[in-house]
Design a protein around this ligand. Sequence first.
Ligand code: NAD
Ligand code: AHE
Ligand code: ZN
Length: 374
Amino acid sequence: MSATTIKSRAAVAFAAGEALKIVEVDVAPPQKGEVRVRIVATGVCHTDAFTLSGDDPEGIFPAILGHEGGGIVEAVGEGVTSLAVGDHVIPLYTAECRQCKFCTSGKTNLCQAVRATQGKGLMPDGTTRFSYQGQPIYHYMGCSTFSEYTVLPEISLAKIPQEAPLEKVCLLGCGVTTGIGAVLNTAKVEAGATVAIFGLGGIGLAAIIGASMAKASRIIAVDINPAKFEIAKQLGATDFVNPKDFERPIQDVIVEMTDGGVDYSFECVGNVKLMRAALECCHKGWGESTIIGVAGAGQEISTRPFQLVTGRVWRGSAFGGVKGRTELPSYVKKAQSGEIPLDVFITHNMPLAEINEAFHLMHEGKSIRTVIHF
Ligand code: NAD
Ligand code: AHE
Ligand code: ZN
């Protein structure tokens, strides 16, 4: 029997800067090559708050935000072959078509098959599957996990084992995978290396796990909220630096602590001044800094070109360089075995009705990840 339009509880962002509103939206059936998913749980990432704030050049309203979910396939559209009703899945904001120039390059995870329409809040055919009182609601990052039901392209879903707890592995849909992947895939940190991690939210803490997995000799955790240091220590950080404790630039402090600078640094905040500090705390001749944080419209990074002339390298990482359909299942297995701890990230659990509280907790620095349960 073919799928019909269904009702779905969703947290809708009607306008930038406004609280989300819980309403009942209509979700159209999946079209050719699409899949409708019942979301069981979703994390709340800083990027959701960034877009809601109005700083995201791609922000479009009204939209259903959320991109860190776990769910179960409810219906499949024509031609879908890799997924069936009942499969457990993690939505991917970085699709993996395995055919485009990017996927076949062997150099990047940034599949472009659906990226253009995704950035406009639309499905690949240029339309939306969500509506409220007859008016269209836009998709977000191709995922829209703040809805009980959502529709994605087949190539934007990673199939995972049924036994994996969706209310925990949902965090692998963004934060945890991004931090670990940036260290292991993008920077390729080697054993014995020294590392500095700026920002100890979900992303920075996951980067600490990645650095521990890589057997880094020193992991310097940097945050202006000292409440974050305890958990950073549990995950393997060896040194703790609060920039507020120093009068001089934090890069100078780290260079002094490390006999000339670290081998690798990671910016996990989205602050362009901190991106500069993260580059400039790297060792002359070889130090590499990876930008993970997302900065708002109109912001730009700067440094003296001499920093690069003298051998430092600036990189960026999206979704930790991970190809979702192919590689995410191995992250799920590592979470199931305990090699990737997920419980430490989950500071709060709450129902969809309380989702605005999750944003408050994040802004107040009181949460690492809140998981929303449907
Ligand atoms: P978060 O809000 O949970 O954590 C940010 C942390 O940075 C907090 O602990 C905060 O105290 C700290 N911080 C703020 N200002 C600081 C400063 N000046 N110096 C040091 N620390 C400071 O955020 P998150 O969910 O971990 O996300 C972090 C960033 O990564 C955001 O910009 C987010 O949009 C981005 N992000 C990027 C990707 C990607 O693929 N590139 C994926 C996920 C998130
Ligand atoms: N839309 C923003 C950029 C936002 C951004 O950089 N997103 C990251 C993922 S953040 C996940 O929490 C990313 O993967 N970007 C690559 C991509 O293709 O979107 C802007 O500046 O326009
Ligand atoms: Zn995210």
